[in-house]
Each structure stands twice: as structure tokens, then as C-alpha cells.
Design a protein around this ligand. Structure first.
Ligand code: SAM
Length: 185
């Protein structure tokens, strides 16, 4: 999707998309580059948008792994379905229903979660329940990545994971933070 089309879609649905620009290739490369995808079987992307980050993940993930990309915007889902890769499952549903899709496909654990969900504009209880369900499904030492444009929500992850590392990518509009948590048990 072009930047102008994304801008229009973002303006129309600001309360659910939370931005008017897609992540830059630098932000996508940095976030995926921080992850350890070796040996992964089940990877999850939340708030996949038009698939800009999805393509970066697919390039780096193992041949035998599956990627579940959750997105509620029908226009974005249509675009993602054009990505010709049998490892990608586009889930046109809310990330709140993560457990159902993972279980239905026979997975018990998630290796890595990449999220660009706009938690700043979602109700607190929804944000909390999504992050908690990611924590519950992650394998021990599994990684959770979240894009944010501020650090206002940092405590949400700290409370659930007990740890948060922060990286920064200036080359994005707006410049963005990548919050990284590990499931340490
Ligand atoms: C900030 S955009 C990120 C898009 C893309 N991943 C990127 O990096 O450019 C957030 C996306 O989350 C989606 N979204 C919002 N609430 C959602 C939910 N409950 N479940 C799944 N996706 C959701 C929006 O429709 C939007 O496409």
C-alpha cells in the first residue's frame, strides 16, 4: 500500500490504527533483527497493518515455521492475503482471540511475538488481557516485541513480564521505541 493510501486509512480509523504512517523499513529491520527466530515454529504478529513488518519477518523466519498475522482492518487484510507465502496465516480478527487460533492450529506455545498494536488508544483491560495472553503462550525465554511512539505504556509490560528493554529507531515517522520483553521463568 502506498503511503498516501495508508495515510487516508489511518485518518479514517485513527482510533484503531493509532497512526497515519506505516513502519519504515529501518524500524522493521531493527525489530526483526533483535529477534531470535532460529528453530521457531510458531511466530505471531499483532496489528500487522498492510504487511510491511510481515514481509520482513517472513524473510528471516525458518522454512518450517508458521506466522499468524492478526489484523482487524479488512482493507489491510486484503492486502496481506496477496503475500504469496504458505507460511503466512492472515487472521482477520482481534488479537484478543489469539488463544483460539493458536490452539486450533495445534500449537501449544509461541516462540516470538511482534506487536504494533496501538495500546495507547485501546482500553486498558483489553491491552492487559492481550499482553497477558502473549505471556501465557510464549515458550520459556520466548521474546515479545512492541512498537511505541512514547514510553507511557512501559509499565504494562514490566508488570506482566518483569523485564523490559528499550531500543530506539530515529528513522521512522514518528521516531519509535521498540520495547523487548523475555519470558523468564
Ligand atoms: C500502528 S498500526 C501498525 C501497522 C503495521 N504493523 C506497521 O508497523 O506499519 C496498528 C495496527 O493494529 C491494528 N489493530 C488495532 N486493534 C487491533 C486488535 N485488537 N487486533 C488486531 N489488530 C488490531 C490496526 O488496524 C492497525 O493496522
Amino acid at each position: 500500500m502506498g503511503r498516501m493510501e495508508f495515510f487516508k486509512e489511518g485518518l479514517k480509523n485513527l482510533k484503531t490504527i493509532g497512526t497515519v504512517t506505516p513502519s519504515s523499513k529501518y524500524l522493521c529491520a531493527k525489530m526483526v533483527g533483535l529477534s531470535d527466530l532460529i528453530g521457531s515454529k510458531c511466530i505471531v504478529e499483532l496489528g500487522a497493518g498492510d504487511g510491511v513488518m510481515t514481509s520482513h519477518i517472513l524473510k528471516r523466519m525458518p522454512a518450517g515455521a508458521m506466522l499468524f498475522a492478526f489484523e482487524i482492518n479488512p482493507k489491510f487484510c486484503e492486502l496481506m492475503r496477496e503475500i504469496d507465502d504458505p507460511r503466512l496465516i492472515v487472521v482477520e480478527d482481534s488479537a484478543e482471540h489469539l488463544a483460539k487460533y493458536i490452539n486450533d492450529h495445534g500449537f501449544e506455545q509461541i516462540d516470538v511475538v511482534f506487536s504494533a498494536l496501538p495500546f495507547v488508544v485501546l482500553p486498558d483491560e483489553v491491552s492487559q488481557s492481550i499482553v497477558q495472553s502473549c505471556y501465557d503462550f510464549l515458550k520459556p525465554l520466548g521474546q515479545f516485541f512492541q512498537v511505541h511512539y512514547s514510553l507511557l505504556e512501559k509499565n504494562l509490560y514490566k508488570r506482566i513480564f518483569g523485564n523490559v528493554n528499550v531500543s530506539f529507531q530515529l528513522l521512522n515517522i514518528p521516531p519509535a521505541f521498540i520495547l523487548t520483553c523475555s519470558k523468564i521463568i
